[in-house]
Ligand binder design. Structure first.
Ligand SMILES: Cc1ncc(COP(=O)(O)O)c(C=O)c1O
Length: 396
């Protein structure tokens, strides 16, 4: 049996493969410490939960408008004004089933077969496959550790061809924790405007920035660039609401209505109850954000300190999100043997760490970044301590 070329062409997720292996080992009774999951370990704040319960009790359990309830669209507008000074109309907002769904809608609305989508790498696992599903062509632009994994305006300019349609930008960044600096973002915006290229701006980690870092939305850099930005965000990471599946996009009306048309035929509306709860998340009491960010910050400094004490690991302090991204190039091709083979790739190293150290991490290759590992520190401090001790012993 053959499946469609569309499906045959997409890669299974390496992160899901690791998760499956972790579950199998746990079922065998092994006590695995996992740094795999990209989601907050906190419960959804009580004020948000209460609104969902009210919605159920009040019978708000039917279909809504496919592109989302006006109340939530207005909350998104208020939030974007409050946080970025951005002004949008209701017709420029769509509510979808998570930021992931918004990204796919945007790519489907913008890309024709053969269009090029510029993708700075390392990058989040789903971008490449979503671009391919939209029949567009991902064009990788490698960024480097020395430049804090930021795309430079020069690199962007060099990568533009007659077929370039979109730049997919993610800041704060998964997996590297990079947060773009305002100067670079301004230069990038200028080049996008000059070349009439759209920017899909994935800002899902916007609330998770540390030290002096600040999140700046590229859409807020002037009306010329705002007209070309599809700003994507959601409640998953900022409000510990990964399972609720609410994301939103803001952008030019024509594009947003194209996204709505597509969504109307694929999924209809996002969950009605979760939409009500998300109104509270976005414009209700915001105290929980500060608490969660504070906890992530403590874990961030602790895990990076530990990682730099492990032989063969080198890790810069990330400025955003909740991932550590250590460089492990010294451990590859260096005589470590596992299953009768010398370890040459981050995937092999990940398997070695899981089997010998009982610690789950994600290989850099899953993010188009060989020579690195990703560890999520959205896990408890005792788990971090135990996991790091295991790695120290393993590489002693
Ligand atoms: C960079 C990035 N964008 C989007 C998403 C998807 O978020 P959501 O849960 O809102 O679909 C994730 C989740 O891991 C992510 O890391």
């Amino acid at each position: 049996m053959t499946l469609s070329e569309r499906i045959e062409n997409i890669m299974p997720s390496q992160t899901l493969a690791i998760t499956a292996q972790v579950l199998k080992m746990k079922a065998e009774g092994k006590k695995i410490i996992s740094f795999g999951a990209g989601e907050p370990d906190f419960d959804t704040p009580a004020n948000i939960q209460d609104e969902a319960i009210k919605a159920i009790r009040g019978g708000f359990t039917h279909y809504t408008a496919a592109s989302g309830i006006p109340e939530l669209k207005k909350a998104v507008i208020e939030k974007l004004k409050r946080d970025h000074g951005l002004h949008y109309q209701v017709s420029e907002i769509i509510i979808s089933n998570g930021a992931k769904h918004c990204l796919y809608n945007a790519l489907m609305a913008l890309c024709n077969p053969g269009d090029e989508v510029l993708l700075p790498i390392p990058c989040w696992v789903s971008y490449t496959e979503q671009i391919k599903l939209a029949q567009a062509k991902p064009v990788f632009i490698p960024t480097n550790q020395e430049n804090q994994f930021q795309l430079s305006a020069k690199q962007l300019e060099k990568s533009i061809t007659g077929k370039t349609r979109v730049l997919l930008l993610n800041t704060p960044h998964n997996p590297t924790g990079a947060v773009y600096n305002p100067e670079e973002l301004k230069n990038i915006a200028k080049i996008l405007v000059e070349n009439d290229i759209y920017c899909i701006s994935d800002e899902i980690y916007e609330k998770l920035v540390y030290d002096e870092a600040k999140h700046l939305s590229i859409a807020s850099l002037g009306s010329d660039i705002k007209e070309r930005v599809i700003l994507i965000n959601g409640v998953s990471k900022s409000y510990a609401m990964t399972g609720w599946r609410i994301g939103y996009a803001a952008g030019p009306e024509e594009i947003v209505s194209g996204m709505s048309k597509f969504q109307g035929h694929c999924t209809s509306n996002a969950n009605s109850i979760a939409q009500k709860a998300s109104v509270e998340a976005l414009i209700g009491n915001q105290d929980s954000i500060g608490y969660m960010r504070g906890e992530f910050d403590k874990r961030r400094t602790r895990i990076i300190d530990h990682l730099n004490e492990i032989k063969g690991f080198q890790c810069d302090m990330p400025k955003g999100a909740f991932y550590a991204f250590p460089n492990i190039k010294k451990l590859l091709n260096n005589g470590i043997v596992f299953n009768g083979q010398e370890i040459k790739s981050s995937l092999q190293l990940t398997e070695f760490i899981l089997n010998k150290g009982e610690v789950a991490v994600v290989p850099g290759s899953a993010f188009e970044a060989e020579g690195y590992l990703r560890l999520s520190y959205a896990t408890s401090m005792p788990e971090i301590e135990e996991g790091m001790n295991r790695l120290k012993k393993l590489f002693a």
